[in-house]
Design a binder for this molecule. Structure first.
Ligand code: SF4
Length: 318
């Protein structure tokens, strides 16, 4: 598990503010503000943070749906921009949050799953049909389900169909953007276990995005904690769970009493609101809400650096 499949180098994505007085002042929303990360072959990298921290923007950058304003993203050593959309779709797939809107309601399941195979002409009609039925079985559904429509399935089953579609072309990497947050807690664990078993079978890498640290720690090898478009902490799931170093991670973890997504945590309570990504605070982005804030924190931005082996943290306490 050492070869890097994805390398993200100092990536920034800022959006101009449209409408209102701010649009006259060239203000920008700093959705992703200098992220560097890598994802190794066969690994699951969890990305966690509150809503508005920039994780979904980062997901769109990683799939090539948007381009960074600054920095670079390398996929298998080659700039993501240099891959055509058709090439990208064979190696990089996405599973979205909402299994109700991500499947076309007018298409039969067989057509939905086989779309990329048909576009890439990856077999005869019979071979593609056979592969669709195989995929349905692999995700825990029945081969004859290919004839049905999305509305005939539950949320969890639809997410299984979305997973079958994502693995149809044997990709190297799947970006999972909040894939279980729209599902009942009892179904979440089943879908997470399916993702894990498929990963083993196909040697897949995942970037797994969620606001829920209990879900992320259930599936991830390493976890990156994001706040206001920046990384606060990056380490193994084990170290993050047993020895969280950043005060923000410590607060997130207090809301996760047990590492089992079937057991619900309490609501996360962090003093104050998240500052606007249009004018993030000087110094440490978390200093306006940090219970351990010091004088230096409002003036000097802490760099993300290795505080111990395989454990990076952006905080002046270390
Ligand atoms: Fe808190 Fe300061 Fe560390 Fe930021 S740098 S997390 S404000 S202690």
């Amino acid at each position: 598990m050492s070869e890097n499949i994805l390398e993200i180098k100092d990536v920034k994505r800022h959006y101009p503010v449209s409408g209102g007085l701010l649009s006259l002042s060239k203000a920008t929303v700093k959705a992703v503000n200098g992220i560097s990360l890598e994802v190794k072959k066969g690994e699951t990298l969890g990305l966690v943070g509150e809503s508005g921290c920039g994780k979904s923007t980062l997901a769109r950058l990683l799939t090539g749906l948007e381009k960074p304003d600054f920095g670079s993203i390398l996929f298998k050593g080659r700039k993501l921009d240099d891959w055509t959309a058709a090439e990208r779709s064979t190696v990089l797939q996405m599973v979205f949050q909402d299994p109700y809107s991500s499947l076309n309601p007018r298409q039969r399941i067989g057509n939905i799953i086989s779309e990329s195979m048909r576009i890439h002409r990856s077999g005869s009609k019979d071979e593609i049909q056979e592969r669709v039925e195989e995929l349905l079985v692999q995700v825990g559904l029945r081969p004859e389900h290919h004839k049905r429509y999305p509305h005939e399935f539950s949320g969890g089953q639809r997410q299984r169909i979305a997973i079958a579609r994502a693995i149809a072309m044997n990709p190297d990497l799947i970006i999972c953007d909040e894939p279980v947050s729209a599902l009942d807690v009892s179904v979440q664990a089943q879908v997470l276990n399916l993702l894990k078993s498929i990963q083993k079978e196909f040697d897949l890498s995942y970037v797994f995005i969620s606001h829920d640290l209990s879900v992320v720690s259930h599936i991830s090898d390493r976890i990156a904690v994001m706040y206001l478009g920046q990384l606060m902490e990056l380490t193994t799931a084990e170290k993050l769970y047993h020895n969280p170093m950043h005060p923000y991670t410590q607060i997130l973890l207090e809301a996760v009493p047990i590492p089992d997504p079937a057991m619900q945590g309490e609501d996360v309570i962090i003093e104050g609101d998240m500052p606007s990504p249009i004018s993030p605070p000087n110094g440490c982005p978390f200093h306006t809400r940090c219970p351990r804030v010091m004088d230096i924190c409002s003036n000097e931005k802490p760099e993300l650096k290795e505080a111990e082996e395989q454990h990076k943290v952006a905080c002046h306490l270390y």
